[in-house]
Ligand binder design. Structure first.
Ligand SMILES: [Zn+2]
Length: 183
């Protein structure tokens, strides 16, 4: 995977992480890309946890309804990462659940435009550089969210930023990739 590319993409976001929540972030990405993103849960059968479906004028993020909200947020961020990293889309029509396919077809979506990314089980993801990049992007983002939370904590208690940095830098996210902290 191209870690430098992911870092540059993330740094270029220019998003205020002190305002982070998943919906706020996705609204920001919509504005950035000038395309609507429709986020929706779906009771996928085992094996699929979510997908990004790129249509002519809109992007769908469809995530597993039968999982913990924390995991759902992760899936949504993962799909957003694919968008922002401009990963090549693949035809995913044949992998879509029949019910979803019916709805999309009924809504007038030509099947050849059903392209995007499908998030499958661990075993299918491991050897794919695009999947690794999307996960790395989410990891960079999580670290920034952790830091932002600490900073808002800081303003409440009046502790200095310098003394706080010791603790933040010791968090798992920072420890895993110590050489590429952003900003
Ligand atoms: Zn993926």
């Amino acid at each position: 995977m191209d870690r430098r590319k992911v870092q540059q993409c993330f740094a270029g976001l220019d998003y205020d992480f002190t305002a982070f929540d998943i919906d706020h972030f996705i609204v920001y990405v919509q504005q950035l890309r000038q395309r609507p993103i429709i986020s929706q849960s779906f009771p996928f059968s085992a094996g699929i946890s979510g997908l990004w479906l790129e249509m002519a004028t809109v992007d769908f993020i469809i995530y597993q309804s039968r999982t913990h909200p924390i995991h759902q947020t992760h899936i949504r961020l993962h799909e957003v990462a694919h968008m922002l990293l401009d990963h090549p889309r693949q035809p995913i029509r044949d992998s879509l659940p029949a019910e979803m396919l019916r709805e999309l077809t009924a809504a007038g979506t030509p099947s050849q435009t059903m392209r995007g990314h499908l998030r499958m089980r661990e075993v299918n993801r491991r050897c794919n550089a695009f999947e690794e990049e999307a996960e790395y992007f989410v990891e960079l983002l999580q670290r920034r969210v952790v830091k932002a939370d600490r900073l808002s904590e800081l303003t409440r208690t009046g502790t200095s930023i310098r003394s706080l940095a010791r603790y933040v830098d010791g968090l798992p996210y920072a420890a895993k990739y110590p050489d590429d902290l952003q900003k």
